[in-house]
Design a protein around this ligand. Structure first.
Ligand code: HSE
Length: 438
């Protein structure tokens, strides 16, 4: 920071980068007033301009590394996405003595330990509020507001695109492809939406949340991961008939035997608040010993909500740097040297009720055979729906909700059911999250 104040350089001018520029263009004066120092955007690095924002007041470079090497930039905002160039960019920025703000959850999940340690050694800040749940201030909540709590669990809807797709498919009967195209047009989805659909994006976010919640190193391979691509339109209908909604959840729980880290679609009872969180909204429920249970909800993706989180970090950093040198807030809540790995639970060992859907021949004895195989595995059925699919009278769709059993038990019972000649196709299995103690 110089006597002139703090100067910000942005790398990347996509959905979030243009949102940050727009916020500075419209609220620059307010930001400076709130920050207490002259915090201003000076230099933007992007391969091309973005028609959604006005760059007239800024220096623009086509080579993003020019921003990092600019002696007139104090804080580098990394918004290019990806993990290879982004890692180089953040490392070089830290080497150049810059502070860094990023929205890049993949980068943090994959290289966060290394980058946090590097920032810490150099006395530089690495802020990432925008990396999880868009506009919801969940990083600050976990790292600072709940710093005096022992957190036992964090459960949430942490991918806006996935929630938007499931909501629109369930409420408007729209096709997956149609809603995904709209999510891309609205700037919710990643450049390559595969990560939104297969659960990887939510897993990256869960890795960050669990590090802050439990003081563990970031481990991108930690969570068991399934995406919304497992959910068919008929699952959304059956779930509703049974009194549930299907949501894509991120679950991080501290259990006696270790950490239970999972992202997957799940049936959530319709009376639970989480089941009413629709569209691009995200929600994060935190269970902690002093505060009890709290839930934060808000836009989980999109240009301005995510840019709001980036700008919040910038103001926070500006305020901090105005008074002292270095960032007094530990990047991951505690010094990185104190982060301690904990055993992870296998998804096969974790228990919950299950939703099973299958299509089988409509002939005597088939249902008895299926229920016998479940019974032999110690699984009892709590509810059952049987419905003939339209246009094929020889097969019936069968949906069952089981009692609470382990993933391993369900896996082996389903493998046996799938060997029955009466079965048409495989068995769809989805977990039920009813928030009851295991
Ligand atoms: N693609 C992400 C989502 C953007 O839909 O949640 C916000 O991280």
């Amino acid at each position: 920071m110089t006597a002139d104040g703090l100067r910000i350089g942005i790398c990347g001018l996509g959905t979030v980068g243009s949102g940050v520029v727009n916020i500075f263009n419209s609220h620059g004066g307010l930001i400076r007033q709130r920050c207490g120092v002259d915090l201003r955007l000076t230099h933007i690095g992007a391969r091309r301009d973005n028609p959604d924002c006005d760059l007239a007041s800024y220096r623009v470079s086509r080579d993003i590394f020019e921003v990092v090497r600019d002696p007139d930039v104090d804080i580098v905002v990394e918004l290019i996405g990806g993990t290879t160039v982004a890692r180089q960019l953040v490392m070089e920025a830290l080497e150049q003595g810059k502070h860094v703000v990023t929205a890049n959850k993949a980068l943090l999940a994959e290289h966060g330990n290394e980058l946090a340690a590097m920032a810490e050694q150099r006395g530089r800040a690495l802020r990432f509020e925008a990396a999880v749940a868009g506009g919801i201030p969940v990083i600050k909540t976990l790292r600072e507001s709940l710093a005096a709590n022992v957190v036992s669990g964090v459960v949430g809807i942490i991918n806006g695109t996935g929630n938007f797709i499931l909501t629109e498919m369930a409420s408007a009967g729209r096709s997956f492809e149609d809603v995904l195209a709209e999510a891309q047009a609205l700037g919710y989805a990643e450049a390559d939406p595969t990560f939104d659909v297969d659960g990887t994006d939510a897993a990256h976010k869960l890795v960050i949340l669990s590090s802050l919640a439990f003081g563990v190193p970031l481990d991108k391979d930690g969570p068991f991961t399934e995406g919304i691509d497992r959910v068919a339109p008929e699952d959304l209908e059956f779930a509703r008939e049974l009194g549930y909604r299907i949501k894509h959840l991120g679950i991080a729980r501290r259990q006696q035997a270790g950490l239970d880290l999972r992202v997957h679609p799940a049936l959530v009872p319709e009376h639970r608040q989480l089941s009413q969180v629709d569209g691009v909204l995200n929600a994060v429920m935190i269970e902690a010993d002093a505060v009890g249970e709290l839930m934060l909800t808000g836009p989980g993706a999109g240009s301005l909500p995510t840019a709001s989180a980036v700008c919040g970090d910038l103001v926070d950093l500006g305020r901090t740097l105005a008074g002292i040198t270095g960032d007094p807030v530990p990047i991951l809540g505690i010094p990185t040297a104190d982060l301690t790995a904990q055993p992870l639970l296998s998804p096969d060992a974790v228990t919950c009720p299950w939703y099973l859907r299958l299509v089988a021949s409509d002939r005597p004895g088939v249902m008895a055979e299926i229920t016998r195989l479940l019974g032999d595995s110690g699984i009892s059925i709590e509810s059952l729906i049987q419905r003939p699919p339209q246009g094929d009278a020889s097969h019936v769709s069968v949906v069952m909700l089981t009692d609470r059993v382990s993933g391993g038990q369900i896996g082996s019972a389903v493998a046996e059911i799938e060997m029955l000649s009466a079965l048409k196709g495989g068995v769809t299995t989805l977990r039920v999250e009813n928030f009851e103690e295991a």
